[in-house]
Design a binder for this molecule. Structure first.
Ligand code: CU
Length: 149
């Protein structure tokens, strides 16, 4: 008798152990604003949501681009300039935005196949070895706000 009661209590507490939403590392709202000029890089933006531990985005790759870099736009004395980033920290439980005028992806040579699909598949590589595959929505110059480089 006692043993059965114990088992019931054990299974109840187990089901309560995992709760809480949104506390896993993920990305959303990913977009690529195509450059109006073919030779110029396009800009990528997204929101990164931190998981249970601090990590950093250390790389982004895609099979269908020539080159992709992480950048940050800074402004001093009314002049905007960009610097290449080695990593973008994503603290636990926090949201880091890649957005115009701030951190962003710079993307050269978005392939015709992705342009046709309207989606660019990319892989986010994090410092803890997590890899997240996402589809960024490709926006043509006409439908997007002017790309801030
Ligand atoms: Cu840039």
């Amino acid at each position: 008798m006692h043993k059965i009661a114990m088992l019931l209590i054990a299974s109840l507490s187990f089901s309560l152990a995992s709760c809480g939403q949104g506390d896993f590392l993920h990305a959303d709202k990913a977009v690529v604003n195509l450059s109006p000029v073919d030779d110029h890089p396009s800009a990528g933006y997204m929101n990164l949501h931190g998981g249970p531990v601090d990590v950093a985005l250390v790389g982004v790759t895609s099979d269908d681009v020539l080159r992709m870099e992480m950048h940050e736009t800074t402004e001093s004395g009314g002049m905007a300039s960009m610097a290449k980033l080695k990593e973008i920290p994503v603290p636990a439980g926090e949201t880091v935005k890649l957005e115009p005028g701030g951190k962003h992806l710079m993307i050269w040579g978005v392939g015709a196949g992705s342009r046709k699909r309207g989606l660019l598949k990319m892989t986010l590589i994090f410092s803890n070895d997590d890899r997240i595959e996402i589809d960024a929505v490709i926006k043509n110059p006409g439908e997007a706000a002017p790309a801030a480089e």
